[in-house]
Design a protein around this ligand. Structure first.
Ligand code: ATP
Ligand code: MG
Ligand code: MG
Length: 141
């Protein structure tokens, strides 16, 4: 089984990455994908406990929505979705760490994401993953 970890942030670029993976040739062992989204850690500062819970709930809901939409898109393209992973922390490190833990054979992601402003060719998360990854990275425009 060839396992591809697709990093999703809800952007059109990440959707293109899902589509590109759906077009990958399938070997005899088949192809399975897992999805990962990483939230930025929330700094609560002086917020009262109740407000902290609210913020945390909103974060989890948003993350679950991104992952579920990506899963539906992937399944609609005939992909087998083996897992949905929501974590928080340093985004590129989390993605590469998860690829390692789940023995992914490849990571797929967009060249840009939600922060797609300016003229940079590659977003910071994409760059960070390419720097750190021990497996091939499929970068999709
Ligand atoms: P920057 O974030 O540096 O302002 P950007 O948003 O345009 O620039 P990246 O964040 O590097 O570019 O996005 C490139 C790809 O990385 C996205 O298409 C997506 O596949 C993945 N990605 C970005 N952010 C996340 C995240 N929080 N969780 C999972 N995958 C992500
Ligand atoms: Mg980004
Ligand atoms: Mg960003």
């Amino acid at each position: 089984m060839f396992k591809v970890l697709i990093a999703v942030d809800g952007s059109e670029h990440a959707n293109h990455a899902i589509e590109a993976v759906a077009w990958l040739p399938r070997g005899p062992g088949g192809l399975e994908v897992a999805l990962v989204n990483v939230s930025n850690p929330v700094y609560y500062g002086e917020l009262p406990a109740l407000a902290q819970e609210e913020v945390e709930r909103a974060r989890r809901e948003r993350q679950e929505r991104i992952l579920e939409e990506a899963a539906q898109r992937a399944r609609g393209l005939g992909l087998i979705v083996g897992g949905k992973h929501g974590t928080s922390g340093s985004v590129a490190e989390e993605i590469v760490g998860l690829a390692r833990e789940t023995s992914a054979d490849q990571i797929a992601m967009g060249t840009r994401g939600l922060g797609a402003a300016g003229s940079l060719f590659l977003g910071s998360v994409a760059l960070g993953v390419v720097h750190r990854s021990h497996v091939p990275v499929l970068l999709v425009k």
